[in-house]
Design a protein around this ligand. Structure first.
Ligand SMILES: Nc1ncnc2c1ncn2[C@@H]1O[C@H](COP(=O)(O)OP(=O)(O)O)[C@@H](O)[C@H]1O
Ligand SMILES: CC(=O)OP(=O)(O)O
Ligand SMILES: [Mg+2]
Length: 407
């Protein structure tokens, strides 16, 4: 059966999924991490259907590699070993293509794109606009091309879905010439996820996507809000880079740019230090000492004031964007929560939409508190605005777009 291998590479790790093209079923998924450390780690799950077609319980395997995984190429060998040892067989389920998440596509890439040497040069050229992500995405592509030299590789860009944002929303009010020369504007990210969950929401509600005004909150390690009008992105909280907007695990989100001048002049921080401060040492981590939402909510529940403030700032920012996008859209039908925090943290969801009955948003506390899986409604039946939890599946969306790019 033809499959697509989907790869989402970070700087020291990559996640993968093998997806059956016809059934859209995930046959295997995994994670190779701590690339570059003294000892690497890997995790592999196999979900092979049995002879009757039912999916057998996954064969889960997590193991620590007792040796270093020096680079992504070595990481791909670890992945291939896992397939050989635990299945499914890559001969029987050979990938017809490898789909790659690439975070920044700049202005150039707004469609899934078959990777050529020229495409790689262009992705590299945009890397300075997504320094945490694009270089790692490229490393993943290079390593995957070594592991799978005979199939096409397709890049699917986080920025692509936001190409429909109008100039009024993507333009920063700075010197226009300078901005144009250096490609300074809002691009937006997490587009693959915003697209997937907004389409899934419309299908679930059995309403035409073209008629819905939606606000999607993708709340993972990175987090962004998106205003979607009739299936088109019209505004989003991340900007030129994935730093602007919501409070994230280690990223600050919005702040007055003058904070940087001040810290440079008064605290003597150089620009690389400021970059590290805002991208890697801020957000939940900066406020509470941990970047993981599970730890923050647990500490807050035990009375930790710093953790409570981190939650309060996170929720305040969510409400700020909810209100802003309601006005941008000129109405609202659906609010969607997705990704690690959005799917699993009732406290954050409640904080974001509580007390907004006057705006037509009525949360059902019991539904919100339920530890359910899958797509579900968490507003009351008579709430004019429907609030949903929709599990994202960026990998499936990338697999679909990869197949579409080959047609
Ligand atoms: N049960 C939970 N309650 C609160 N937060 C959770 C829960 N499960 C996962 N998360 C949070 O989700 C975040 C990671 O989200 P995820 O979408 O997996 O991120 P990414 O794909 O960007 O790495 C982490 O902050 C993690 O703490
Ligand atoms: C664009 C972005 O922030 O991605 P992630 O959430 O995976 O870090
Ligand atoms: Mg994610």
């Amino acid at each position: 059966m033809p499959t697509v291998l989907v790869v989402n590479s970070g700087s020291s790790s990559f996640k993968y999924q093998l997806i059956d093209v016809e059934t859209e079923r995930t046959l295997a998924s995994g994670l190779v991490e701590r690339i570059g450390d003294a000892t690497g780690a890997a995790e592999h799950r196999s979900y092979l259907p049995d002879a009757a077609g039912a999916t057998t319980p996954p064969i889960e395997e997590r193991w620590v590699i007792e040796r270093a995984i020096p680079d992504h190429t070595a990481g791909f060998r670890v992945m291939l070993d896992a397939f050989a040892e635990h299945g499914p067989s890559l001969d029987e389920h050979a990938p017809i293509a490898v789909g790659h998440r690439v975070v920044h596509g700049g202005k150039r890439f707004f469609e899934p794109t078959v990777v050529t040497d020229l495409v790689k040069i262009n992705i590299e050229d945009i890397s300075e606009l997504a320094p945490l992500h694009n270089p790692a995405n490229l490393q993943g592509i290079n390593a995957a091309q070594v592991a799978f030299p005979d199939v096409p590789h397709v890049a699917v860009f986080d920025t692509a879905f936001h190409q429909t944002i109008p100039a009024a929303a993507y333009t920063y009010a700075i010197d226009a010439e300078l901005a144009a020369k250096h490609r300074v504007r809002r691009y937006g990210f997490h587009g693959t996820s915003h697209k997937f969950v907004s389409e899934a929401a419309a299908a679930f509600l059995d309403r035409p996507l073209g008629e819905l005004k939606q606000i999607v909150f993708h709340l993972g390690n990175g987090a962004s809000a998106c205003a979607i009008d009739g299936g088109r992105s019209v505004d989003t909280s991340m900007g030129m880079t994935p730093l602007e907007g919501l409070v994230m695990g280690t990223r600050s989100g919005d702040l007055d740019p003058a904070v940087l001048f001040h810290l440079h002049r008064k605290a003597g921080l150089g620009f690389d230090e400021l970059d590290t401060l805002l991208n890697r040492r801020s957000g939940l981590l900066g406020l509470s000492g941990t970047g993981d939402m599970r730890d923050v909510t647990e500490s807050a529940s035990k009375g930790d004031e710093a953790a409570q403030l981190a939650l309060d700032v996170t929720v305040h920012r969510l409400r700020h964007y909810l209100g802003a996008y309601l006005a941008v859209l000129g109405g609202l039908d659906v609010v969607v929560f997705t990704a690690g925090v959005g799917e699993n943290a009732p406290l954050i969801r409640a904080g974001a939409v509580q007390g907004l009955e006057g705006l037509g948003i009525i949360l059902d506390e019991d539904r919100n508190a339920e530890r359910a899986r899958g797509i579900r409604v968490i507003s009351t039946d008579d709430s004019p605005v429907t609030v949903l939890v929709v599990p994202t599946n960026e990998e499936l969306e990338i697999a679909r777009q990869t197949v579409a790019a080959l047609a």
